[in-house]
Write a protein that binds this ligand. Structure first.
Ligand code: ADP
Ligand code: MG
Length: 338
């Protein structure tokens, strides 16, 4: 359909007031005609204007007729223009929707590619580097044993080498865990999150963490699993940056839909830390990345906060269709989509 053409569907889309307005016009015209006939308007006008013949006032009625027709034509032209504008806007809206859908598809692909790459890197780090580090550590231990009695300097160096290998091993372990959440494949989302939260309990002893899981999470796709995991991971990283002494509550809820099947998932994280003024511009990509991940799965992401009143984020991720489950309400502080 060409955006600048008026179609049959647009004619059908005319408001129902058109008929009523036409009836009003026809009624008032007939009413005016009846009044003119009753009161002999033409003769009356002639008598009144006769004295001012030099001003040609008696020529006024036909001129006014032409003016009325011109105005009707003018209104009709504007009406057609507005119809064309409506059609053009509809086409643009459809195009915007198509582009948005394409954008979401690309975002999902990007996240998938990123996760595949991370998984690949984690495996490489584990299999390649881990294996060689292990061999180095074993060799150093052998040198340590062989040099224990007669070569004290070699013995000392072998011990230092073992310590270095252990250090690198631990660092690589941390990298692997960040690249691919440990336990996600083996124990599923709740187990992996429990493990992740445990890590933060150790790292932030002044904060307290409560993880509440409710529902069946065994049937999630990899993309859903990793998205929900990364949300909580980024939320906890923000706690470590901005609310190190806060009480943190995490809810992972999957309610059942009307048919009794597991429905959409809602993840909510709240803390009672210092909060932030959401009206102020924020830097950082963490919250934006969270929103993009959730929207790539067709979900919604919201944050709420006020200075001194903590911070909250809530994400809904549909698993079958949107809007099937009840969700916890938002608190009163200013709430916005990132
Ligand atoms: N739990 C929180 N408590 C207080 N402020 C927060 C919290 N989480 C995020 N913020 C605010 O939102 C901003 C944006 O967060 P984010 O996008 O994760 O970026 P970054 O972590 O790189 O600063 C932060 O700079 C901070 O001001
Ligand atoms: Mg962050």
């Amino acid at each position: 359909m060409r955006p600048d053409s008026v179609t049959g569907s647009d004619v059908q889309a005319r408001p129902p007031t058109v008929l009523r307005d036409l009836l009003v016009v026809a009624g008032s015209t007939l009413g005016a005609a009846a009044a003119c006939i009753t009161f002999d308007f033409g003769e009356l006008a002639y008598q009144v204007t006769r004295g001012a013949e030099r001003f040609q006032l008696d020529e006024l009625p036909p001129t006014l007729c032409v003016l009325a027709s011109g105005l009707a034509w003018f209104a009709w032209r504007r009406y057609r223009e507005s119809q064309r504008e409506v059609v053009r806007r509809r086409a643009l809206e459809q195009q915007a929707e198509r582009l948005l859908a394409e954008n979401r598809r690309l975002a999902t692909q990007l996240i998938d590619a990123q996760e595949n790459e991370r998984r690949h890197l984690a495996r490489e780090l584990h299999d390649e580097l881990g294996q060689y580090l292990n061999a180095m550590s074993l060799d150093a231990a052998r040198i340590r044993d062989l040099s224990a009695s007669d070569a004290p300097e070699v013995h000392r160096l072998s011990l230092a080498l073992m310590q270095c290998a252990q250090h690198v091993y631990r660092a690589i372990g941390g990298m692997i865990r960040r690249l691919r959440p440990s336990g996600l494949d083996e124990f599923g989302l709740p187990g992996a999150l429990e493990h992740c939260v445990d890590g933060w309990r150790e790292r932030l002893p002044h904060a307290s963490f409560a993880l509440n899981v409710d529902g069946d999470f065994s049937t999630l796709t990899d993309a859903q699993n990793i998205t929900l995991y990364r949300l909580v991971q980024e939320g906890l990283t923000n706690i470590s940056k901005f609310a190190r002494q806060a009480r943190v509550e995490i809810y992972l809820v999957r309610a059942r839909d009307e048919s009794g099947e597991p429905g959409e998932i809602v993840v909510t994280m709240t803390d009672d830390g210092p909060g932030v003024d959401l009206a102020q511009p924020r830097e950082g990509l963490g919250l934006i990345g969270m929103r993009e991940r959730v929207e790539a799965l067709g979900g919604e992401f919201h944050i709420a906060s006020e200075p001194g009143r903590g911070f909250l984020f809530c994400a809904r991720v549909p698993t079958r269709r949107l809007g099937t489950a009840a969700t916890p309400g938002f608190p009163s502080p200013a709430s916005q989509t990132v």
